[in-house]
Write a protein that binds this ligand. Structure first.
Ligand code: NAI
Ligand code: ISE
Length: 339
């Protein structure tokens, strides 16, 4: 039996997820799509799928068993609340939502429902290299993690991007992966802004973000969204007795008159292709059982708090503290945070 899925938002990642759900993965069928741009939804609809006029109609349809949200961050809250009200498992692209208040409303609704329904698209947690890196840190042979260096470079971003987006759309990945890798919570955020990249001097880009973790570890994040040369994601954990790093992606080695070199991925679709496949494999199994796995509403909330604090820190120039609510039992044991 295939899981019957409806997709909300058929832009860049919506199209890529429809491709993997229809051409790569098994046990799933895309039975419906919708987008505020109905022409886009029509051209994205796989053969036999229904085009719905609104997300509400798609989510409420009895033929849709589970929902995939790929609309803009600001639209996620209403669509998540509708899916939870319908009791349907929902995969929601990051960011979960774009404000603390919205995250709390989604969490309250899911807790009241009484079962996890929401999985957030933090695909790095499903990437084989990040998983091996975490296994080394958790193995304990390198001692306690002290510093994590997270580099997040995009070749370019759409013209419409504003200066908030590097902090509330891009940084959420680094916030989430830092919490997950170090098994820790972020307690404070600082931001420094160097000179701007000439490619987009209308944008606050790059930015350097310092995450203060509960254990006392520090995470420095470089966010550069117009680096030009490619999509370059790096990570290095510096521990008491050694250092563990993400490897370079395996790529064909080309030798010619310019030298010996390996290609750099163009964007997230290429760099994380296997990770997205794996996050959906695991989601399809969980959603088929009426629930969710991996990154939860709690994790989406934590990343949203970091984004909010980073936006405040840009203005204040200082350390912006983060206070989390008590973790509901639905999301498992609370991570121990030093006083
Ligand atoms: N996990 C990852 O690596 C990535 C995640 N994303 C996330 O996926 C989401 C979508 O991003 P993109 O596909 O890049 O954007 P996009 O702009 O290419 O596509 C978004 C689509 O959603 C539609 N839409 C917006 N609001 C809607 C609403 N209320 N109802 C129905 N449709 C609506 C738009 O018309 C558009 O077709 C964002 O939250 C983004 O942060 C995007 C790229 C990579
Ligand atoms: O999630 C993603 C995009 O939405 C975001 O805009 C990019 O900066 C990230 O690198 C990508 O993974």
């Amino acid at each position: 039996m295939s899981l019957k899925v409806g997709v909300v938002g058929t832009g860049m990642i919506g199209l890529d997820h429809i491709r993997r759900l229809t051409q790569v993965l098994s046990g799933v069928e895309v039975v419906g799509v919708t987008d505020i741009d109905l022409d886009r939804a029509k051209s994205a609809a796989p053969k036999g799928a229904k085009v719905f006029e609104t997300p509400e109609a798609l989510i409420a349809d009895p033929g849709v068993e589970a929902v995939v949200i790929c609309s803009w961050g600001g639209a996620h809250e209403a669509q998540l609340l509708a899916a939870i009200a319908a009791g349907k498992p929902v995969f929601c692209e990051k960011p979960l939502v774009t404000s603390e208040a919205a995250a709390l409303r989604v969490m309250d609704a899911e807790v009241a429902f009484g079962r996890r329904l929401v999985q957030v698209g933090f695909m790095r947690r499903f990437d084989a290299d990040y998983r091996r890196l975490k296994a080394v840190i958790d193995g304990g042979t390198l001692g306690a993690p002290l510093l994590y260096h997270s580099t997040h470079r995009n070749a370019s971003v759409p013209e419409a991007w504003s200066s908030e987006l590097p902090l509330n759309d891009t940084l959420v990945h680094d916030a989430d992966i830092s919490r997950w890798l170090l098994g820790d919570e972020v307690t404070g955020v600082e931001v420094r802004v160097p000179r701007r990249n000439r490619r987009r001097d209308d944008l606050r880009d790059p930015v350097v973000v310092l995450l203060h973790m509960g254990s006392g570890a520090l995470v420095d994040v470089e966010i550069s969204v117009n680096i030009g040369y490619g999509y370059d994601i790096r990570g290095e954990v510096s521990c008491e007795d050694g250092v563990a790093s993400l490897p370079n992606r395996p790529a064909t080695v080309v030798s010619d008159k310019h030298g010996i070199r390996q290609a750099i991925p163009e964007d997230w679709r290429e760099r994380f292709i296997e990770a997205y496949d794996q996050e959906f494999r695991e989601w399809i199994v969980a959603a088929g059982e009426g629930t969710a796995t991996g990154p939860s509403t709690w994790d989406g909330y934590a990343a949203t708090l970091v984004a909010d604090a980073a936006l405040r820190a840009v203005e204040s120039g200082g350390l912006e503290k983060i206070a989390m609510r008590d973790k509901p039992a639905l999301y498992g044991a609370r991570v121990a945070v030093a006083a």
